[in-house]
Design a binder for this molecule. Structure first.
Ligand SMILES: [Zn+2]
Length: 105
């Protein structure tokens, strides 16, 4: 299944979230520390992460991310430069979508 196109990407360092708005009106809201743990590069082994729940405000994140740089990786996804200097992982749209799919109602 092809993921629908993302229409907007927004980082909120106060809320510690990255929000992806999809063309089909779904929003995926990723807690930044969970997203960092899901880094798909060869070193991080984040590929094992199959699902990221939306933020649970009872849990405090392991650390605060304050300075993220997000750039397009062609048309397939985004590259995130984390403020620990890491930027090897490309988060593909289809993977982001799978990590937090539309809730079935
Ligand atoms: Zn990585």
């Amino acid at each position: 299944m092809d993921a629908p196109a993302p229409t907007q990407i927004q980082v909120d360092t106060d809320a510690q979230t990255l929000t992806v708005e999809w063309a089909d009106d779904h929003s995926s809201v990723f807690p930044l520390d969970r997203l960092r743990a899901a880094c798909p590069c060869a070193n991080c082994e984040g590929k094992a992460v199959e699902h990221i729940a939306p933020p649970d405000h009872t849990a405090s994140p392991d650390r605060q991310w304050t300075d993220l740089d997000i750039e397009p990786a062609g048309s397939i996804g985004i590259r995130i430069t984390w403020d620990d200097g890491h930027n090897a992982g490309i988060f593909r749209w289809d993977r982001l979508r799978r990590l937090q799919p539309k809730r079935k109602t």
